[in-house]
Design a binder for this molecule. Structure first.
Ligand code: C5P
Length: 228
């Protein structure tokens, strides 16, 4: 039983998502609800998961003014979410406002998104960032820690660096995970659960490698082994 492996419920329907939750059973505690599921089905999916005793990573990826961010984070807290994401590039006032808004909800952890993992070094100049993803991640991780965020989301490639920057006890949540025993999907920069754990990730987010596996429960168990 683990909450270190967060399964992404990137489905079109609530029925599909709940079928997967049922298939994984008691072993899987943590689920990521992202923009697709939230937009398709609304916040009731979060309430249902919380009512089942699951922990919800509400991946809002908020990038807004401080007042609006605070409202969204408080709404996530009211729903019973355990983690919520805010773009660190919103700046320190946004991050501080997110952290303050989470305070009434003791279970809620504010995770700062550093650089979305689809961006590579060569993509940074067109959005005015330079010189490298790792330097940008470092800069934003320091900002997030200074603002009191509970952790960050970054790729496995940056996890080891983050362990040297963030205060101890910080959460390092890494997506972009494949399982060595199953076929690759369309991801280009991926790592295994063991790579993530060895690099210092405290949690992984895993979607299709589990949800589209022939045997999702076996795939989850394989991922969870790296964190046991
Ligand atoms: O690729 P996979 O199905 O495992 O993706 C699960 C989640 O992880 C997605 O919802 C996405 O938000 C996140 N992800 C990411 N960077 C990647 C791959 C996935 O942030 N390279």
């Amino acid at each position: 039983m683990t909450n270190k492996v967060i399964v992404a419920l990137d489905f079109e329907t609530r029925a599909d998502a709940m079928a997967l939750v049922d298939a994984l059973g008691a072993e899987a505690i943590a689920y990521k609800v992202g923009l697709q599921m939230l937009t398709e089905e609304g916040p009731s999916i979060v309430k249902s998961l919380v009512a089942m005793g699951k922990q919800v990573f509400l991946d809002l990826k908020v990038h807004e003014i401080p007042n609006s961010v605070a409202g969204a984070v408080a709404a996530a807290g009211k729903l019973g979410a355990h983690m919520v994401t805010v773009h660190a590039s919103g700046g320190s006032a946004v991050l501080r406002s997110a952290v303050n808004a989470a305070k009434p909800y003791p279970q809620l952890r504010v995770l700062a998104l550093t650089v979305i993992t689809s961006l590579a070094d060569q993509d940074l100049p067109e959005i005015g960032l330079a010189p490298s993803v790792s330097q940008q991640v470092e800069r934003l991780a320091r900002l997030a820690a200074g603002a009191g965020c509970h952790g960050v989301v970054a790729s496995v490639q940056e996890a080891a660096l983050l362990t040297t920057i963030l205060p101890s006890g910080s959460l390092i949540v890494t997506p972009g995970i494949h399982l060595p025993t199953t076929a690759q999907n369309d991801q280009s920069r991926t790592a295994s659960p063991a790579d993530a754990a060895n690099a210092g990730a405290t949690h992984i987010v895993i979607g299709r490698a589990v949800t589209r596996a022939a045997d999702p429960r076996a795939a989850f168990t394989e991922a969870a082994r790296a964190f046991s």
